[in-house]
Design a protein. Structure first.
Length: 158
């Protein structure tokens, strides 16, 4: 609220309301400044190193992840990686099937149309073969794959 509006509003107040308003303003000015909220503790279940989903040219999409605590080799946040965790593809694929953590769920779909399982420790060369089989990917997908192959650079450090 601008000062002129405040003065006008207060000018229209009866003396009793004006006294209460002045008392409130005096009280509010005496309050100590609030300390900024502390940063929340990081959620151990949210990985700050998460890569975006890879979308192939034919529409096939999948999550390819590698970091400490995930099904990858090495199990660290740096890489370079030789095996990665693949998850929630949009279609069943014979390249992935032997690695399915829950093979009985490969014919199911979640609300987003994805297969609700992960595929641990997939050799990176199989992921490249899968992407090529589905027509390649866009620039963002290529950056994810190159980062997995070469190790993390500044862009992916959370």
């Amino acid at each position: 609220m601008e000062r002129e509006q405040l003065v006008r509003m207060m000018g229209n107040m009866d003396p009793e309301t004006m006294a209460v308003a002045k008392e409130f303003l005096s009280w509010a000015r005496a309050l100590p400044e609030l300390e900024p909220e502390p940063e929340p503790e990081p959620d151990p279940w949210k990985n700050p190193h998460r890569f975006p989903r890879i979308v192939c040219d034919d529409g096939f999409a999948l999550s390819v992840q590698a970091a400490s605590g995930l099904y990858c080799e090495p199990r660290d946040d740096v890489g370079p990686y030789t095996e990665v965790e693949v998850g929630f593809p949009t279609a069943k694929d014979p390249i992935l099937t032997p690695y399915a953590e829950s093979p009985d769920r490969e014919d199911e779909r979640d609300v987003r149309g994805r297969i609700p399982t992960v595929y641990p420790y997939i050799p990176l060369e199989k992921v490249f073969a899968l992407i090529i089989k589905h027509g390649g990917t866009n620039q963002e997908g290529a950056e994810v794959l190159m980062t997995l192959l070469n190790g993390r650079g500044e862009r992916w450090n959370g």
